[in-house]
Design a protein around this ligand. Structure first.
Ligand code: NAD
Ligand code: IPM
Ligand code: MN
Length: 357
């Protein structure tokens, strides 16, 4: 992408506090590497927009965002203003589906200087990817409520696993595993209890693994897989999972590295037919919003992933190295936020990382 055009969408809560730090880091990389990246800011996909307009986004959001090479996104959700399923299905989930961002790529890495809640782990010991299916599976709007307000009331919601949808996320995950030194892929399943969709998932993993003879493949049911994330996180390299399982694993993984606040993600359309979206794994954190104590690293690292995706890996690496350098200095020498044991504000940490770039 030459002179990439970026749509910046802060959303709600701490999304509005961490996005400026993400942009600050991107601007620093932009200058250093002469990328010519341009940013436009949008206020939709937020509960504030909903309060003004009665909907989360303007009707032409798709055409508006199609003009951009990527979307740099904060977080959405203010459950005290609007039920989460309304705000999220009216914004983020529309992006993921409308722009066919079927890969949700979520690195899990223990970073220097971040205290690990698991005993005896050092940077390098935990370093894997969760590859989450991002457009179908357990997240569906197929179903409904019958006989409301009667004693026969019930709700049904279907899970949808299409052959194309399953195969393309598996293909991406196997390709990624094959490109890494360990060449190891783990599939998250639950085919002992969820008796139709998960056996199908296993069947497609098995079929795909035949095309990747050099990739060591294994599978765990999601319950014991969650346990192994805590007990043996060094066992993993690429973990591929359905939409819901991937969602859970991609909070659990970063929690095992000390804080979910540093975790980045890319909602990617690998074919490049539509813009991809880069955002932290965490949400809008209404419990700390307004105090400027949110850790901006998840947002900043998401910016590094965006630069990688846009074809500027050197610039992406420069941002990531700056994050590592500032973290490694520790709270006595670097302005770290409270979740990292420091007392600094969101923008102090953002400025330190931008300076290190
Ligand atoms: P959350 O990730 O917002 O917060 C969970 C906990 O982690 C909170 O205690 C919060 O203070 C802390 N935390 C999160 N990010 C942090 C950061 N950068 N620095 C320091 N601490 C941080 O999850 P939640 O509380 O379940 O959800 C809050 C809202 O965000 C809900 O509306 C939810 O639907 C939404 N949400 C949105 C996204 C998204 O936009 N991608 C992701 C997750 C949750
Ligand atoms: C995430 C979030 C979203 C998801 C929510 C907010 C709909 O938790 O990006 O991980 O479940 O995908
Ligand atoms: Mn999540």
């Amino acid at each position: 992408f030459k002179n990439p055009k970026i749509a910046v969408i802060p959303g709600d809560g701490i999304g509005k506090e961490v996005i400026p730090e993400g942009v600050r880091a991107l601007e620093a990389a932009n200058r250093k590497f002469g990328i010519g990246m341009q940013f436009d800011h949008f206020d939709f996909a937020s509960c504030d927009y909903y309060l003004k307009h009665g909907k989360m986004m303007p009707d032409d959001w798709f055409d508006t965002l199609m003009k951009y090479d990527a979307i740099f996104f904060g977080a959405v959700g203010m459950p005290n203003i609007l039920p989460d399923h309304v705000s999220l299905w009216g914004s983020l989930i529309q992006f993921r589906r409308g722009f066919d961002q079927y890969v949700n790529l979520r690195p899990v890495r223990l970073l220097p200087g971040v205290p690990c809640p698991l005993a005896n782990r050092k940077p390098g010991d935990i370093d894997f990817f969760v590859v989450r299916e991002n457009t179908e599976g357990e997240y569906s709007s197929v179903g409904g409520k019958m006989f409301p307000d009667t004693d026969r009331e019930f709700v049904i919601q279907e899970s949808i696993f299409t052959r194309q949808g399953v195969d393309r996320i598996l293909q991406y995950a196997f390709d990624l595993a094959q490109s890494r030194p360990k060449k190891h892929l783990t599939s998250a399943t639950k085919s002992n209890g969820i008796a139709i969709t998960m056996p199908y998932w296993d069947e497609r993993v098995e079929a795909m693994s035949k095309k990747f003879g050099d990739v060591r493949t294994d599978k765990y049911h999601i319950d014991i897989l969650a346990a192994h994330f805590v007990m043996n996180p060094d066992r993993f390299d690429v973990v591929v999972a359905s939409n819901l399982f991937g969602d859970i694993l991609s909070d659990l993984g970063p929690a095992c590295t000390g804080t979910i606040a540093v975790a980045p993600s890319g909602s990617i359309n690998p074919e490049g037919k539509f813009p991809s979206l880069f955002e932290p794994v965490h949400g809008s954190a209404p419990d700390i919003y307004g105090k400027m104590i949110a850790n901006p690293i998840g947002q900043i690292w998401s910016g590094a992933m965006m630069l990688d995706h846009l074809g500027y890996p050197e610039a992406g690496n420069a941002i990531f190295s700056a994050i590592e350098k500032v973290l490694a200095a520790g709270p006595a020498h670097a302005p770290l936020t409270p979740d990292l044991g420091g007392t600094a504000k969101t923008d102090d940490l953002g400025k330190a990382i931008a300076a290190a770039i």
